[in-house]
Design a protein. Sequence first.
Length: 281
Amino acid sequence: MGLVLAIGLTLFTACGVDTPASSPSSPPPPGTTTVFTTLPRPSPTTSAPPSSAPQPPPSSQQPPKTGKVVVLDPGHNGGNSGKPGEINKQVPAGRGKTKPCNTTGTSTNSGYTEHAFTWDVSQRISQALAAKGIRVILTRQNDTGVGPCVNERAAIGNDAGADAVVSIHADGSNSAGAHGFHVAYSAPPLNAQQGEPSMRLATALRDGLRTGGFPTSTYLGSNGLAPRADLGGLNLSTRPAALVECGNMRNAAEAAAMASEEGRQQYAAVIAKAIEDYLAG
């Protein structure tokens, strides 16, 4: 898919997903971003945004508080590959199942990683939402740590009482011609929030990406939506939640878009707008 887009742009074959933590003891000022995890390890230092990520303009005024809380879940983490024992441990995944804590994610054929893509895009979305007075919480602190596990990522949204939980991923399918995005949601639903609210969130994200010029998946889901029963972060959520597979990193056109600053900014802009539309509805 690329930019406005003559190309087609999705985790499932090579992409691991999800996890959470407890909410902060007191909420930050409106228009700020909170980042926290519950992993039983020393908390890594929050890294500066990548040099390509936009920096918020200086301002002496905070945007009006909306009272809305959004949890953004950047898929995977940069340190996962170095800690196989931690990310391969089995954790609850909902529906009576377990699955590995996390995975390393996928990458483009030239080596641009999914975890770097999801971290960058999530920061851009966070900045856009915070500028509208929406409190944003990220499930991980940087792109050099390990985890959190999928069940921990779900708990972050639950503990925060999030109005929306959106997990950002990209797929790694080697199927011929596979391209396009899809949005996953838990189905059949396990609680009321996984029903209509999550379906409405998933649809808003699908509509926003499609309106932004991104094509729907040619190989997974239907019409850009993918009901899933096997994604722990969605199964364990008690808040409206959806997972966006932004495109296929093994598709040359989509890989080029994801590896470019312009492409990541376009993904972030349309996803942020879709979340705003959902919250407004």
